[in-house]
Write a protein that binds this ligand. Structure first.
Ligand code: SF4
Ligand code: F3S
Length: 99
């Protein structure tokens, strides 16, 4: 599966969820998450993210390994109410660093 990591925090550009063929993105107030069972590893979302927050599970940088479990846990907890398939206004808060 693919995983949303720390750079999404406080950014939430939401370009990723629009291109996902299986609609497996979920959100809370801080960031987006990918459902690990539903993701088919198509990689369409990876280049869409302006802050390079999305990685294949096997390529998640060491400091963000905890995000693998976090994506799974948050998708379960958020369920239908957190499902997101359309672009929203980004947060672009103070901790968001566009590359
Ligand atoms: Fe969706 Fe493909 Fe990204 Fe997985 S890799 S979240 S299936 S767009
Ligand atoms: Fe987050 Fe990047 Fe998507 S900032 S919402 S992973 S486009």
């Amino acid at each position: 599966a693919h995983v949303v990591t720390a750079p999404c925090n406080d950014c939430k550009y939401t370009d990723c969820c629009v291109v996902c063929p299986v609609e497996c993105f979920y959100q809370d107030e801080k960031m987006l998450y990918i459902h690990p069972v539903d993701c088919i590893d198509c990689e369409a979302c990876v280049p869409e993210c302006p802050v390079e927050a999305i990685y294949a599970e096997g390529n998640v940088p060491a400091q963000w390994q905890s995000y693998i479990q976090l994506n799974a846990d948050r998708c379960t907890a958020l369920a239908d109410k957190g499902h997101i398939t359309e672009k929203q206004d980004p947060l672009e808060g103070p901790d968001c660093k566009k590359k």
